[in-house]
Design a binder for this molecule. Structure first.
Ligand code: CAA
Length: 380
């Protein structure tokens, strides 16, 4: 067993660290204050070949391995969680769905455009009445000649309104339950597609989240992804990849918390000495560093297993669960270490704390990860 990154993976990590220092981190606090979508960063990610970096070169991607891709998400989140989630939804939930389930024509048409950043992607599964129980979604698809007509409402859609195209899960045959769900590529300019107002969220202010309304949207059969009735499996298999991304995001957030709290604890003097000399602070830092290392290893292993092919649902859900829970715990502790300063925007840790919360919720809550893990454990 080798725990070292390969030379290529190390090189990608160094390169993305430089990229984050120059392009991502400097404007992140202002974008958070101003609720400003990071278009400049998205363009820079396209320019430097990060979009679809793990898609085969044949389809316009960078041909990198999955662990390298996860490392990039981790480093982006260290600079700005918003950038990491926009990147992850575009690359995994949207592009990977096409890569793994699209026809050759769909892959050759869509993936190069997604890799060049000519279009931004989104993923529409959740509905007002179908969150954790995603299989109960009610958006309808009806076949009409050589097209499908979609009606329904999607909610909490990351990149909603700003994305150019959406992977939409709709039920073609509600009598079959989740086995009627079918996936479609819906573009923003199709008549009948509209968006709700951007949601006001606790964190991730610069990421746009909206409802997506579908009213008699006519989708050509060429835009169906996979087979009729295969949509729920496409949704869940794609979420396996997405959950690695959220684990990576959580790891990046806690790394940033450690980056801030360690020098602060060394410098901040109370009772005549740096607070780093108090055991109360040392133990918080020790726990943060230990959980961070454990979460990183779990996330790297999940990424490695996904690269190998085959199902790694159990390891992926474990990594997502552990990483997001520890991110919430330790970003709260980071605020505590900085005391009153931690509560101020200028010191960044409050932003990390607000951003960590969502990692326990999206792409399957912690409770859903436990349900998935328990099913896998009980099957053994
Ligand atoms: N890969 C491939 N297939 C899978 C799978 C996986 N990981 N997990 C399950 N399946 C298959 C099952 O084998 C089953 O197939 P059969 O019918 O042939 O047996 C089928 O899919 C249905 O699976 P289940 O019976 O397990 O379905 P369920 O309804 O009991 O439970 C669930 C599924 C795990 C609870 C699922 O609904 C779930 O993950 N819910 C959470 C939803 C979620 O994560 N939403 C995230 C929204 S996207 C988002 O958040 C993006 C963002 O904003 C950033």
């Amino acid at each position: 067993m080798n725990f070292n990154l390969s030379e290529d993976q190390e090189a990608i990590r160094s390169a993305v660290r430089e990229f984050v220092k120059k392009e991502v981190e400097p404007g992140a606090a202002d974008r958070d204050r101003n609720h400003e979508f990071p278009w400049g960063v998205f363009k820079a990610l396209a320019r430097d070949g990060y979009l679809c970096m793990h898609v085969p070169e044949k389809y316009g991607g960078g041909g990198a391995d999955y662990l390298s891709y996860a490392i990039v998400i981790e480093e982006l989140a260290r600079g700005d969680a918003v950038t990491s989630v926009i990147f992850e939804v575009h690359n995994t939930l949207h592009s990977e769905a096409i890569l793994h389930f699209g026809s050759e024509d769909q892959k050759l048409y869509h993936l190069p455009r997604l890799a060049r950043g000519e279009v931004l992607g989104a993923y529409c599964l959740t509905e007002p009445g179908a969150g954790s129980d995603a299989g109960s979604l009610r958006t309808r698809a009806e076949k009409d000649g050589d097209s499908y007509v979609l009606n329904g409402q999607k909610t909490f859609i990351t990149n909603g309104g700003v994305a150019d195209q959406y992977i939409v899960m709709a039920n073609l045959d509600p009598g079959k339950g989740a086995k009627g769900i079918t996936a479609f590529i819906v573009t923003k300019d199709m008549p009948g597609v509209s968006f709700g107002k951007p949601e006001e969220k606790l964190g991730l202010h610069a990421s746009q989240t909206t409802d997506v309304f579908l009213e008699n949207v006519r989708v050509p059969a060429a835009n169906r992804l996979g087979e009729e009735g295969q949509g729920f499996k496409i949704a869940l298999a794609t979420l396996d990849g997405g959950r690695i991304g959220i684990a990576a995001q959580a790891v990046g957030l806690v790394q940033r918390a450690l980056d801030i709290t360690v020098p602060y604890a060394r410098e901040r003097q109370q009772f005549g000495k740096p607070i780093a000399e108090f055991q109360a602070i040392q133990w918080k830092l020790a726990d943060m560093a230990t959980d961070l290392e454990a979460a990183r290893l779990m996330m790297y292993r999940a990424a490695f297993l996904r690269q190998q092919g085959g199902k790694a649902t159990r390891e992926i859900s474990m990594a997502k669960l552990f990483a997001s829970e520890m991110a919430m715990r330790h970003t709260v502790e980071a605020v505590q270490i900085l005391g009153g300063y931690g509560y101020l925007r200028d010191y960044t840790v409050e932003r990390l704390m607000r951003e960590a919360k969502i990692t326990q919720l999206y792409e399957g809550t912690s409770e859903i990860q436990r349900l998935v893990i328990a099913r896998e454990v009980l099957r053994d």
